[in-house]
Design a protein around this ligand. Structure first.
Ligand SMILES: [Zn+2]
Length: 297
């Protein structure tokens, strides 16, 4: 129908208007071609100094602490050799990005898996959506092995900046939520633990939960809380293509996409968030068997 077509065109135009180049957030003075750091804390400090010099942040120590807290919660290695450490701190209505490349590699989570590109992001509490769209845009590019090679193998500072400037970032549509599945699973585990926790343990869990909540968009959180309230859990694992919450086969395309990805999918049948199974199959069978036994009691 004509109206539908018109709607599509308007939508498409809106999408184009929403696109930004990564260079909108990144000046040449915000990149380091070869980091001196040999470990991740040193790398954070080096990049935070860049942000300080560019007057994009004020409290280096506070941000450093937040970055480390966030890493403890879950590693921010996004793709092979690439990490995106981030912290949500008041930056005066801006998003602050600094990027460092390391030819010798930085010991990040372990000695053997070195990181060659560190993208440090600090953003403001009043603009949570911006972080999500920046993160999604970066992930789309950096998951491509060719693009990764191009960035890491840049011959000089100028080429390094040029390649990074090629990244186009567009606001994801509401139904295309990205990169948050493992965080949702973590949040669920924390919420479950919170039910039995008291005192300092509860405080610690609440701190972790709020760190995760800051990174998820409003629509996802609303859905998550509703599911938690109604069913006691919101995230279901997919095993051999079957949703473990409702036992219905998830579309093949979807289940192969879930495996190896960290994107958020929703079961069309029961509405739970879907994540790839994390357990070896044998453990899972044992668990299902014991669940059946306890149900009979
Ligand atoms: Zn389901």
């Amino acid at each position: 129908m004509i109206t539908e077509l018109l709607y599509d065109i308007i939508y498409l135009m809106a999408e184009i208007l929403k696109s930004h180049y990564f260079s909108d957030y990144l000046k040449p003075s915000q990149v380091i071609y070869d980091l001196k750091a040999t470990n991740k804390i040193e790398a954070f400090e080096e990049l935070l100094d860049v942000l300080l010099k560019n007057k994009l942040i004020q409290n280096k120590q506070l941000i450093l602490t937040r970055l480390i807290d966030r890493e403890r919660l879950e590693s921010t290695v996004l793709a092979e050799h690439i990490a995106v450490p981030h912290a949500r701190v008041d930056t005066g209505n801006r998003i602050a990005v600094a990027i460092g490349r390391s030819s010798k590699g930085i010991a990040y989570d372990s000695q053997d898996k070195k990181v060659h590109l560190v993208i440090l992001i600090v953003w403001n509490p009043v603009i949570p959506g911006l972080f999500n769209h920046l993160f999604a845009g970066l992930a789309r590019y950096l998951r491509e092995p060719e693009f990764r090679t191009k960035v890491i193998n840049a011959r000089d500072r100028h080429e390094f900046y040029q390649v990074l400037s090629e990244i186009v970032i567009s606001l994801p549509k509401d139904d295309r939520l990205v990169s948050r599945a493992s965080l949702l699973k973590k949040l669920q585990d924390i919420e479950v633990k919170k039910r039995r926790a008291t005192g300092t343990q509860l405080k610690e869990l609440e701190k972790k939960a709020s760190l995760i909540r800051e990174e998820l968009d409003h629509a996802t959180l609303t859905r998550f809380d509703r599911l938690m309230e109604r069913y006691g859990y919101a995230v279901a694992e997919v095993e051999s293509g079957v949703c473990q919450s409702c036992n219905i086969n998830v579309a093949t395309v979807m289940s192969s996409a879930i495996e190896g990805s960290n994107d958020i999918y929703i079961c069309e049948n029961c509405g739970k968030f879907l994540v790839a199974s994390s357990k070896p199959v044998r453990d899972k069978i044992r668990e299902t068997a014991s669940k059946k036994i306890s149900k009979k009691k």
